[in-house]
Design a protein around this ligand. Structure first.
Ligand code: B12
Length: 460
């Protein structure tokens, strides 16, 4: 049977073990600048969007505080697998006579004046929404019918003009049909990046895609980088071992930008291992790791090791990758809003129960993470690593140097497109509000029996 290019590409993706794949052609790529494939490949016109699920068992061990190693291993294995499959798909598309390029799974950002802005070269999320295989959820993570939001995304861009796949969901589907009945994601963010009912929007192909209003992305950076691991009610924790005083005993509503950014910069600079840890994160999803280096670590089955053994294996793995200064195996510590979001509302409720009923993990005197049921017990045994001021300053320099080397700069084109997009978005949101107002007035009018004073013709 003679397959068209679209079917050939999707069959090839599935033959690589990726079940969920979608295509978006030029008609679907109108949106924020990070939906523009030409930033990655000059002349690009279409994208191939791919989704892999996170390992469910590893998630249960992670949220249930049995061990964070299986989930961290899953993040390494599946991000690297997505990277490899993306390279294969790009190679296959080139063999069909087109140009193609891979968007790294993570950590590939545009240059900006604020180096923690993390604006991607291409947004996998927006790509998956444009290809119709995923929709935005309340947390801003994109959701799929098959796996919820606990997924790894990948994208290949190409200059082939591909026919877009049908949109599976309306722009509000997940927020209105799933999230409204669930909402565990906004209860598992240690710093409450999104609380309350307010929505914000992504404007894509003329449609507004809702998500929870984010108070400040640095609240996520603070939690996800392990700078604050304690829930606001002190009932549970993430796998970070730092508790930031300035963010404790403060109602989440009071954690505003001016309270967050100075403390975030201070904490990330004084942690003593931020530079090394960020380099390791970038090796996990920003670089294609050499097979032998990847297998050298995975073949040891790190998820079966004791904490002591895994700390040694992980630091050694870092050294083999050229990352010096790793002190322990704490890497990915949160991601709760994505990890807790399962393939059904019931599964998400179970993951929420696991996280909030399994107490806290803290670092004990021997440097190992210990699971304790209460905050009081955690305070008793918790011990932070002793680090000299010199090692902290050295690490702060490495972090600042690395981030500025990779992400500092100014890109006029991105900046101007960002302003134009922001204007379109503002107008679309305003029109939506006035449109709603008009609808409300119209609805009101239909309800209201016309009075003589309205001057309506009788018998309406
Ligand atoms: C930067 C980043 C982060 C940052 C910031 C996240 C953010 N902004 O949403 C941090 C470190 C906080 C983060 C956290 C997490 N991340 Co992350 N992250 C990314 C990354 C690199 C880009 C995210 C993105 O799309 N940013 C786009 C920004 C710009 O989006 P925005 O805020 O919605 O954009 C607004 C404005 O900035 C403007 N805008 C958009 N684009 C542009 C471009 C320009 C030039 C300008 C001026 C403006 C502008 O428009 C939007 C408003 O309408 C992607 C990898 C990738 N290349 O796509 C992974 C990615 C989104 N992360 C992922 C995950 C899983 C997570 C975590 C769960 C942690 C984890 N790794 O397990 C948490 C979830 C936090 C959350 N609720 O969003 C997955 C998402 C999977 C999913 N189902 O959605 C991705 C796709 C990685 C992957 N390959 O799977 N992440």
């Amino acid at each position: 049977m003679n397959l068209n290019t679209e079917e050939k590409i999707k069959d090839f993706v599935r033959s690589q073990g990726v079940e969920l794949v979608g295509l978006a052609g030029p008609d679907r790529l109108e949106g924020p600048p990070s939906l523009d494939p030409t930033y990655t490949l000059k002349g690009a016109k279409s994208i191939v969007s791919m989704v892999l699920p996170m390992n469910q068992g590893a998630i249960h061990d992670y949220l249930g505080k049995k061990s964070d190693v299986p989930h961290n291993v899953d993040q390494l294995k599946e991000n690297q697998r997505m990277f490899r499959v993306s390279e294969m798909v790009a190679g296959y598309i080139r063999s069909l006579g087109y140009k193609a390029a891979v968007v790294p799974p993570n950590n590939s950002y545009r240059r900006t004046l604020y180096v923690f802005a993390t604006i991607p070269t291409f947004s996998h999320r927006f790509g998956a929404m444009a290809a119709g295989i995923a929709g935005q959820g309340w947390s801003g993570n994109v959701m799929t019918e098959e796996y919820g939001a606990a997924t790894y995304l990948g994208t290949v861009v190409t200059d082939a003009v591909l026919k877009s796949d049908p949109l599976r969901h309306s722009s509000r589907y997940f927020v209105d049909e799933w999230c409204k009945k669930c909402r565990v994601c906004d209860k598992v963010c240690p710093l409450g990046m999104f609380i309350g009912e307010e929505e914000e929007y992504i404007l894509m192909n003329g449609e507004l895609h809702p998500r929870a209003k984010r108070r400040d992305i640095n609240l996520c950076n603070g939690g996800c980088f392990g700078l604050h691991a304690l829930s606001n009610d002190k009932k549970w924790s993430t796998y970070g071992y730092r508790w930031t005083k300035g963010w404790m005993d403060v109602p989440l509503e009071e954690l505003t930008t001016m309270k967050v950014i100075p403390e975030f910069v201070r904490q990330i600079s004084l942690a003593g291992d931020s530079g090394a840890r960020y380099k390791m994160i970038r090796h996990y999803a920003g670089y294609l790791m050499k097979d032998e280096l990847l297998n050298e670590y995975l073949d040891k089955h790190p998820e079966t090791m004791s904490q002591e053994e895994h700390k040694k294996a992980f630091v050694k793995h870092g050294e083999r990758l050229g990352v010096k200064g790793l002190q322990n195996d704490t890497l990915l510590t949160c991601g709760n809003c994505g990890v807790v979001c399962g393939s059904s509302i019931q599964e998400s409720a179970e993951r929420y129960r696991l996280l909030t009923n399994s107490g806290l993990v803290v670092r004990g005197a021997d440097g190992n993470m210990v699971n304790v049921p209460t905050f009081e017990e955690a305070v008793e045994i918790r011990q932070l690593p002793k680090r000299s001021l010199w090692s902290k300053l050295k690490d702060a320099w490495i972090l600042s140097w690395t981030f500025h080397k990779w992400y500092w700069g100014f890109e006029p084109k991105s900046f101007i497109r960002g302003i134009r997009y922001a204007r379109r978005l503002k107008k679309a949101v305003k029109d939506r509000i006035t449109g709603h107002k008009d609808l409300a007035v119209a609805a009101e009018n239909t309800k209201r029996v016309p009075k003589a004073s309205d001057g309506y013709a009788s018998g309406m």
